[in-house]
Design a protein around this ligand. Structure first.
Ligand code: ADP
Length: 499
């Protein structure tokens, strides 16, 4: 194990405070109930920090603050230039505090420090910078209508947005949600996941340092059914943006039907990654590994259903298993680690139960297949990178989202079989295809019903490209120009020129 980088003093101070407070109306405050909850370091199972536990009363205060800031505060009269400068400052400050944010993220979530430092933190900064560019470019249109009228559209902010985010990319998901919401002039109550609240709270300090007016972003950590539920039900919240499980997404869909809040949902997936026999094998193996073991497989678009053309199936599965078994597993703070712990005990139990389900269904674990309790890892939530072969497309491990480092290798006959099997699932978030045949790649890209399709690559993202699901993977798109649609209402104005 390589030596872990020393924890910065700022991180030590941040986690050692008696408890981290929540941000409401520009003030850092305790929960109305006085309650706190523990966030755990998944590499050791030890308590990392204590955090104020938000509930309905805190959500009430936060929503009222966001409402005031939207209706009357300086945010309502801020100019586009003010907002551009602010978002750019946030991006700069994230970069200036990258080491600290990366360490916090790794300690809280478990992910490797290299991924925190080289992927999550720069992408979060990049997202704010990208949306700074849209502030003064998202505008309405003039409409050719009856010449006695002047008819045009205004694009206006939706209002108070409740944003509920998951634990797999805590800071990055906050950036995906806050960037477009703020660019369009909304105010926000953000609820980070209970497993990983720390980087969002640190981001709250950064937003203040950047000069965001009080009440524009309020951050209420707490649990899903309590703090999250209160936000979903609150009558003064105009929009809910949610990233998380399909199950909770459906609940939010039902809960919001009473108020007809605007809703965007980015939910689960069970994405096919399809390898044809004419692909470059080494590239496809590396892509498959990255597609499923990146972030310990805790990625909604992970390529967990790995379809491999029959004639190269055995050789491919063999190479994949060798590589998977050789991946270095350890605490995320160790720079040599490629696969860290799962985020929580609950996830550990969930993923290991799927390992048993897979074995009972008759699949064979040719790599991993069990918890890793090797030296120094006994108390952490480690699961070995697992490759299952002998998987049939209708098995539970091929259909249900496991959200861990587990891939099912499934043979297919030919192109039509790949397409057919590829979209045989409830989900439609993403897919990959590996082939040197350009036409075939395009045909499969069209055949698969999913929000993102990668050809000869996997897990590639950019702030300017939309991301979201077909089918039960949700609706609405994060990122790109498309996310602006989530955060604006369109108003048609008619002016009678005769009066
Ligand atoms: P996971 O099962 O992967 O933890 P969830 O969908 O449960 O994913 O959680 C994603 C986010 O949704 C978290 O911030 C969580 O607190 C929140 N959440 C969970 N349940 C609810 C709920 N009933 N209402 C609102 N938010 C919820």
């Amino acid at each position: 194990m390589a030596a872990a980088p020393a924890l910065s003093q700022a991180v030590q101070d941040f986690v050692r405070a008696p408890f981290r407070k929540m941000l409401i109306d520009g003030n850092w405050v305790a929960a109305a109930s006085g309650k706190t909850f523990e966030t755990v370091n998944p590499a050791t199972g030890e308590v990392l920090a204590n955090v104020a536990e938000g509930d309905a009363e805190d959500v009430e205060r936060a929503v009222r603050a966001a409402r005031r800031a939207f209706d009357d505060g300086p945010w309502a009269t801020s100019t586009p230039t003010d907002r551009v400068k602010l978002l750019l400052r946030v991006a700069d400050l994230i970069e200036q505090n990258a080491q600290e944010l990366a360490q916090l993220e790794t300690l809280d979530n478990g992910k490797s420090i290299n991924e925190s430092l080289n992927v999550d933190i720069p992408s979060a900064a990049g997202t704010f910078r990208y949306y700074a560019g849209w502030v003064d470019k998202a505008y309405g249109q003039t409409i050719p209508s009856d010449p006695t009228f002047f008819n045009f559209t205004l694009r206006e902010p939706v209002g108070v947005c409740g944003q509920i985010i998951p634990w797999n990319f805590p800071l990055l998901m906050a950036a995906w949600k806050l960037g477009p919401a703020l660019a369009c002039g909304n105010t926000v109550v953000l609820k980070p996941a209970e497993q990983t609240p720390l980087s969002a709270l640190r981001l709250g300090e950064i937003l203040q340092e950047a000069g965001l007016p009080d009440g524009v972003v309020n951050i209420v950590p707490g649990f899903g059914p309590t703090a999250g539920g209160a936000l979903v039900r609150h009558p003064l919240v105009d929009k809910i943006a949610f990233t998380g499980s399909t199950e909770v997404g459906k609940e939010i869909h039902r809960e919001t039907s009473g108020t007809l809040k605007r809703v965007s949902l980015e939910l689960g997936g069970k994405s096919p990654n399809i390898v044809f026999a004419d692909a470059n094998v080494e590239d496809a193996v590396q892509g498959a590994l990255m597609g499923v073991f990146f972030n310990q497989g805790q990625v909604c678009c992970a390529g967990t259903r790995l379809f491999v053309e029959q004639k190269m199936h055995d050789e491919f599965a063999d190479t994949l298993a060798k590589h998977a078994s050789a991946m270095q597993q350890g605490p995320g703070m160790d720079p040599a680690t490629r696969v860290g712990p799962l985020v929580s005990k609950e996830q550990l139990d969930r993923v290991t139960s799927y390992l048993e389900i897979g074995k009972k269904e008759g699949a064979k674990a040719v790599a991993g297949g069990e918890r890793n309790t090797g030296k120094g890892l006994e108390k952490g939530y480690f699961v070995k990178p697992t490759v299952f072969t002998g998987v049939k497309n209708d098995m539970r491990i091929a259909q249900e989202e496991i959200f861990g480092p587990v891939v099912s290798v499934i043979p297919f006959k030919d192109e039509s079989d790949a397409g057919l099997q590829g979209h045989h699932t409830l989900y439609g978030l993403a897919a990959g295809v590996w082939t040197k045949d350009v036409s075939k790649a395009h045909r499969v890209a069209r055949a698969i019903r999913a929000g993102t399709l990668w050809v000869n690559c996997y897990n590639v993202f950019g702030a300017s490209a939309p991301f979201g699901g077909y089918k039960q993977s949700g609706y609405g798109r994060d990122l790109g120009k498309h996310a602006l649609d989530n955060y604006t209402e369109t108003k048609a104005v008619w002016v009678d020129l005769r009066r």
